[in-house]
Ligand binder design. Structure first.
Ligand code: NDP
Ligand code: 2IT
Length: 446
């Protein structure tokens, strides 16, 4: 078995050199899915995984724009259209200086499985740019978004490819992108998700990823006859996903001890309550400032520059910032301090070494493609509402979100149960794969 997996990975690596993040995501899937494929006559010999790792289409383009000093800036834009077996390409746009082909291909690859797990008809895609929104004025961000969409618009559409937000792309950016698409096409369609509620957005979409991460953690704990109430929770990041994960933890009776950004983390031993969280939301979403200001406002809290929060003892850890932010050393610390459950809000935040340690110590561990699927799931519900030209209430969308997260948990248990333990990595990968593979087989060699 190991030989089949390593031969497969060598073949993929030969064609995708210098793409470490992409290979990391493919390796995890290959190690769990290939042993399943070889036992299934219908899949074996069809090279389905080899087809899945090859994007259906990759678009890369120049984004030139003029900054506030009237200087010409050039960035690179991308859209990876990875797989359309079960629906139009769907996935976010990331604006961050680290963006490159490897990062977007890993994200687009994971998105295929995630979208399949939601049970909604969405293929996998991802895009973005190495543009850094930090420190830019609103009008600079608008000009960049307009230039970006002036190329992207010809590749996307409500039945073709539907982008959304990710790191550095929130409601402000989606607004500018939507405005430019509408102007170029002269059509008001649901081509993007994460729109404002007065112009086609869905209630609960801003909250959905973070809420979903917590709903998934709740299911994992319930499966072990445990609950979130009274548990200490460490969260990384302080953006969209982290904020609403924190909100839901507070609502369900847990204690949020930390939040972070790329400069360090804040630790509040008294817990970040609703009022403190609303300060953070204003600081991050309106002032667009750094998390360390929290300790000026709440002096009992401490700021730890240049550090990640995994050294703080907790029962539940929710990594909600970025890929590979939780390494083997951090995992060992979490385990030593008694952590029971890790539910990933970010995409691939735990390194392979960290995941191995969680498995060895039977920590409940949910990979992002399962636990953060609530965001894209509600994007799918936004698309459904746009098609219906109708909108559902907050309660209705939240109820559907909870049902979807519970169903993803069930699928993970179905394909990942190992005795009294659940291997959620294996469960998510196989459950996601089966639906795509069946659709690809039915549609022939394309
Ligand atoms: P935001 O841009 O709203 O927030 C990102 C947060 O992560 C910020 O606190 C940011 O800090 C921190 N961060 C980003 N890059 C780094 C880095 N290299 N090192 C340390 N910290 C970093 O993004 P989101 O909250 O939307 O996304 C967070 C994660 O969740 C990403 O992995 C994303 O792919 C994933 N995700 C998002 C979904 C969504 O619906 N938005 C859906 C599913 C997954 P700073 O401000 O200092 O950069
Ligand atoms: O990683 C993700 O799932 C997202 N950034 C959300 C994608 C979407 O289309 O809502």
């Amino acid at each position: 078995m190991d030989k089949i997996v390593s031969q497969f990975l060598a073949q993929v690596n030969a064609r995708n050199q210098n793409e470490p993040e992409f290979m990391q995501a493919v390796t995890e899937v290959a190690e769990t899915v290939i042993p399943y494929i070889v036992k299934q006559d219908i899949y074996y010999g069809q090279n389905i995984l080899l087809r899945m790792v090859e994007p259906e289409r990759v678009v890369s383009f120049r984004v030139a724009w003029i900054d506030d000093n009237e200087e010409i800036q050039v960035n690179r834009g991308y859209r990876i259209e990875m797989n359309s077996a079960i629906g139009p390409y769907k996935g976010g746009l990331r604006f961050h200086p680290s963006v490159n082909l490897s990062i977007l291909k890993f994200l687009a690859f994971e998105q295929i499985f995630k979208n399949s797990l939601t049970t909604l008809p969405m293929g996998g895609g991802k895009g973005g740019s190495d543009f850094d929104p930090k420190g830019k004025s609103d009008t600079e961000v608008m000009r960049f978004c307009q230039s970006f969409m002036t190329e992207l618009f010809r590749h996307i559409g409500p039945n073709r490819d539907i982008p959304a937000g990710d790191i550095g792309v929130g409601s402000r950016e989606i607004g500018y992108l939507f405005g430019q698409y509408k102007r170029l096409k002269n059509e008001f369609t649901g081509v993007l998700t994460g729109k404002g509620v007065s112009w086609g957005g869905s209630l609960i979409r801003p909250e959905a990823t973070g809420y979903g991460v917590v709903y998934f953690a709740r299911q994992m704990l319930a499966h072990q006859n445990e609950g979130l109430e009274g548990k200490t929770v460490v969260i990384s990041g302080s953006g969209n996903v982290a904020q609403f994960a924190a909100e839901k933890i507070i609502q369900l009776g847990g204690t949020v001890l930390t939040l972070s950004d790329s400069s360090g983390y804040i630790y509040d031993a008294d817990g970040i309550d609703e009022e403190k969280l609303s300060y953070v939301m204003n600081l991050k979403n309106v002032k667009r400032d750094r998390i360390h200001h929290y300790v000026t406002k709440y002096p009992k809290a401490t700021f730890h520059a240049g550090k990640t929060p995994w050294e703080v003892p907790c029962k539940v850890a929710l990594p909600c910032a970025t890929q590979n932010e939780l390494d083997g050393k951090a995992a060992a610390l979490l385990i030593k301090n008694g952590c029971l459950c890790v539910s990933e809000g970010a995409n691939m935040p735990s390194t392979p070494e960290a995941i191995e340690q969680f498995a060895n110590h039977k920590v409940l561990f949910a990979p992002g493609k399962a636990s953060n699927a609530g965001g894209v799931a509600v994007s799918g519900l936004e698309m459904a509402q746009n098609s219906l030209r109708y909108s559902w209430s907050r309660e209705e969308v939240d109820q559907r979100l909870q049902t979807i997260m519970n169903d993803i948990h069930k699928s993970c248990v179905q394909f990942g149960a190992e005795g009294d333990h659940v291997n959620y990595v294996k469960g998510a990968n196989i459950a996601g794969f089966v639906k795509i593979a069946d659709a690809m087989l039915a549609q022939g060699v394309v």
